[in-house]
Design a protein around this ligand. Structure first.
Ligand code: NAD
Length: 368
């Protein structure tokens, strides 16, 4: 199969982690006889520096004409004082909107060998396997008006949270359909005791639930879900929520599994799907070889699964990551103080080697 990808390395650690994801995808292409075609384009701060636009039109066109997009991360302190439409993050928000990817899937899994990396007790985090389904194109990140006005010293700022029934309905279907392929549970997270948007959310989710009688639905306020996520994370299967709540809870999930660097994501439902690790550009460690590339590498597995239906290949990456972690290899964020660590590219190479080793073991078994 021809896998035509646009890769947007972006800023900070973005280029380092996407290089490793591509290295692993190349090993998959070799082993499973696919052809990988990769076109790299600028986005975010890198794009602003090269063309004064955080989402240049040639980047957008390349994304729209590819089968899938893999992104690193955008942003950095040197852009913090920019007006909002020129900030790197505005390029990413525009990209998500242009691609139409409204469903952001953020799996947070605690690998058994990483139980001791969690700040929680091993028995609390054991078995955690939650799929956060975050609505990505609505809510307070996109609602208008958004404005800061008034004289210095007496300014007011307004952001608008808005949701329509069709927006809630389509993301709810994604959540229920995923739950059917997992443990059959949806926890819908809102703030219906305070927000009108959340009351509408709850109402629409209840209606959609009628079409999935085999899925068990419960509702939780976002504040209690934050607490439940740390006190009993393994109780969650699919956690369905709106844009901002999902943004916050998925970073919390990253903290629980030991490092934000472990979490992949897929944004699906639009013309072309977008895959990116959950973490940001991590300017504090950029360019030092300290970044954990596993979130980006696992985003590559999601890309194979959701954009190409290559389930065997996706599982091959996931089990290669598990093999490398079980063998004790750690990037700095996962290591105990003083323990040996791998650089970003060493970790990527270990996973690529494990992909090749797994595949050659499988073909020997098939031949015997
Ligand atoms: P961040 O995710 O970049 O970093 C938070 C902490 O996690 C840092 O200590 C960082 O070193 C660590 N970390 C993150 N990824 C890691 C990895 N792969 N390996 C090891 N450690 C890792 O969040 P932040 O510091 O709040 O934001 C930095 C910049 O990134 C900001 O400009 C922000 O706007 C941007 N951002 C971008 C995205 C995105 O591109 N999707 C997401 C979040 C934040």
């Amino acid at each position: 199969m021809l896998l035509k990808l646009t890769v947007l390395p972006g800023d900070g650690i973005g280029p380092e982690v996407t290089d490793e994801a591509i290295r692993v995808l190349e090993s998959i292409a070799d082993v499973f006889h696919h052809q990988l075609s990769v076109s790299r384009k600028d986005v975010g701060g890198a794009a602003f520096l090269s063309s004064k636009d955080p989402l240049p039109s040639d980047t957008l066109q390349a994304c729209l004409s590819s089968d899938a997009v893999l992104l690193g991360a955008v942003g950095g302190p040197s852009f913090d004082s920019f007006p909002s439409h020129l900030r790197p993050e505005s390029g990413l928000l525009r990209l998500r909107r242009e691609l139409g990817s409204f469903a952001n899937l953020r799996p947070a899994v605690c690998f058994p060998t990483l139980e001791d990396c969690s700040p929680l007790r091993p028995e609390t985090v054991r078995g955690m396997d939650v799929m956060i389904v975050r609505e990505l194109l609505g809510g307070i990140y996109f609602g208008e008006p958004r404005i800061t006005e008034g004289p210095a010293g007496n300014r007011t700022a307004t952001d608008t949270m808005r949701y329509s029934e069709p927006e809630i309905e389509r993301i709810a279907h994604v959540g229920f359909q995923l739950a059917r392929t997992r443990r059959g549970k949806v926890t819908s997270v809102d703030k219906a005791n305070v927000l009108d948007c959340s009351r509408l959310w709850r109402d629409v989710v209840n209606h959609v639930a009628d079409q999935y009688p085999e899925v068990k639905l419960s509702h939780m306020y976002v504040d209690s879900s934050a607490m439940a996520l740390v006190s009993n994370p393994s109780a969650f299967d699919v956690l369905l929520t709106e844009n901002m709540f999902g943004d916050i809870l998925s970073d919390q999930a990253g903290g629980i599994v030991g490092s934000l660097g472990m979490l992949p994501s897929a944004s699906i439902g639009g013309r072309v799907a977008l895959y990116e690790p959950v973490h940001g550009s991590a300017p504090d460690i950029a360019g030092k070889g300290l970044a954990n590339p596993l979130g980006a590498i696992l985003s590559g597995a999601m890309l194979l699964r959701h954009s190409f239906q290559l389930e065997k290949e996706a599982i091959c990456i996931e089990s290669a990551v598990s093999t490398v972690l079980t063998a004790g290899y750690r990037s700095r964020d996962l290591a105990k103080p003083g323990a040996p660590t791998l650089t970003t590219s060493e970790m990527g190479r270990k996973v690529a080697d494990a992909v090749r080793a797994d595949a050659s073991r499988a073909s020997q078994l098939a031949a015997s």
